[in-house]
Design a protein around this ligand. Structure first.
Ligand SMILES: CC(C)(COP(=O)(O)OP(=O)(O)OC[C@H]1O[C@@H](n2cnc3c(N)ncnc32)[C@H](O)[C@@H]1OP(=O)(O)O)[C@@H](O)C(=O)NCCC(=O)NCCS
Length: 150
């Protein structure tokens, strides 16, 4: 039985390892584990930075995602971003992400959130298919970034 929890202060090492594995699997990126670990701990310590939604199966953490928020002056309300999505490979295709996503939708409705957004690597066709199957649409914006190397 999958249990979904919100704002859960759970094992930082599990979540940090998920992020390192996800970056390597989906983008071929080797993240610095200790830096990621500090980033995860910062979220656990401070709700303003974000909130994790965690999925457990028989008590073991098997998946996570993080919610962060963005103010929209156009709509005078908050948008949420879904980030850091990872389901352990052996637990995929069984509805775990869907259960976490539905939890996000329920929470968002309860908290008056106007829109849910996420970005995904252009090559990550599996995740793109999953997001579309669950009712999200590709938007007309391109994402731009500048790395300030701090
Ligand atoms: C993308 C990912 C989070 C999906 O998690 P999951 O728990 O396997 O997804 P679910 O089982 O909840 O499936 C949700 C829907 O997508 C479909 N789906 C799942 N995997 C699929 C696949 N490989 N191909 C096509 N459809 C798929 C399911 O059938 C389901 O659709 P339905 O409700 O119409 O039946 C998971 O594959 C993962 O962690 N990938 C590696 C990390 C990653 O890419 N993260 C995203 C970064 S943006």
């Amino acid at each position: 039985m999958v249990e979904i929890t919100v704002g859960d202060v759970c094992n930082v090492d599990d979540i940090a390892q998920f992020q390192v594995d996800m970056a390597m699997e989906s983008e071929g990126l080797a993240l610095d584990y200790e830096r990621v670990r500090r980033g995860v701990q910062a979220v656990m310590d401070d709700d303003a930075k974000g909130r994790y939604i965690i999925a457990r199966l028989d008590g073991k953490v098997v998946a996570c995602l993080m919610i962060t928020r963005e103010w929209s002056d156009w709509n005078c309300c908050w948008y949420w971003w879904i980030q850091s999505v990872y389901v352990l490979p052996e637990h995929r295709g069984r509805g775990i992400y869907k259960a976490m996503y539905n939890k996000v939708l329920d929470l968002a409705k309860a908290e008056g959130i106007s829109q849910i957004r996420l970005y995904v690597d252009k090559e990550n066709s599996t995740a793109q298919t999953v997001y579309q199957k669950l009712g999200m649409a590709e938007c007309h914006y391109c994402l731009y970034e500048k790395d300030l190397k701090i």
